[in-house]
Ligand binder design. Structure first.
Ligand code: 13P
Length: 257
């Protein structure tokens, strides 16, 4: 197991927060704080904030992402946004299959796969989210479920394309609850995801894939979480809305080698 084979990615997921003007202000505040980061720094923002975010992040090391993408190229899908539309805005990343979308908007393992394929085809880097509910964990299905979700999400994704894919292990019970997985639980969950990739693509490929942890990651617990061998950064919700907290998380990941 060699952490230097993959890059750490710290990505904020703003969810349904921030207006365009608030976006500009927050990114301007963040830029100097993360300027010397030794990891990839990404902010995934609501669709309407993308233009402001791209403009504010110009010339900095902050990359911008979206929070969702539709799987069809175009057509009668009112309210949806295609991968080509996103690509043209200048975003580099897109969150796919977040548990909130699975829970509230009917996202399935199949649509997560289709959205991931559409993102890859357009030249975007999907951050694919997987994770078990508390009930699934208590029933002992965490490993089975994480492996299944990972393999389903990556159906028809080639080893070459996998180079542009990030997976985020986000236990549903740890999201927005203040209950963080322990560093060992995060490492174990990420390890199941890596094992699934190894089963599908081989161990050498699996060693190179960035696998984040997400779920109540914050300035206080980030260093311990990212110290784990399988934890290659994080997908941050609430703490990514605060410049100081987010920059501490970026620093923690930068100091990991
Ligand atoms: P919180 O960091 O607010 O728990 O959210 C995590 C998350 O869902 C990131 O995608």
């Amino acid at each position: 197991m060699n952490k230097t084979l993959r890059k750490a990615v710290i990505a904020g997921n703003w969810k349904m927060n921030m207006t365009p003007s608030q976006t500009t202000a927050l990114i301007n505040e963040m830029k100097p704080l993360v300027a010397d980061a030794d990891c990839e720094v990404v902010l995934c923002v609501p669709f309407v904030d993308i233009a402001a975010a791209i403009e504010a992040a110009k010339g900095s090391n902050i990359k911008i992402g979206a929070e969702n993408v539709h799987f069809k190229a175009s057509g009668a899908f009112t309210g949806e946004i295609s991968a080509d539309m996103l690509k043209e805005t200048g975003v580099e990343y897109v969150v796919v299959g977040h548990s909130e979308r699975r829970q509230y908007f009917g996202e399935t393992d199949q649509t997560v796969n289709l959205r991931s394929l559409a993102a890859i085809k357009a030249g975007l880097k999907p951050i694919i989210c997987v994770g078990e509910t508390l009930e699934q964990r208590e029933l002992g299905y965490t490993e089975t479920l994480l492996k299944y979700q990972t393999k389903m999400a990556l159906t028809n994704v080639s080893a070459e394309e996998l180079k542009n894919v990030v997976i985020a292990y986000e236990p549903v019970w740890a999201i927005g609850t203040g209950v963080t997985a322990t560093a060992d639980q995060a490492d174990e969950g990420n390890g199941y995801v890596r094992a699934a990739i190894a089963e599908a693509y081989g161990a050498d490929v699996a060693e190179t894939v960035t696998i984040q942890y997400g779920g109540s990651m914050n300035a206080a617990n980030a260093a311990e979480l990212v110290s784990k061998v399988n934890v290659d950064g994080g997908l941050i919700g609430g703490a990514s809305l605060k410049a100081a907290d987010f920059s501490i998380i970026v620093k923690a990941a930068s100091e990991q080698k």
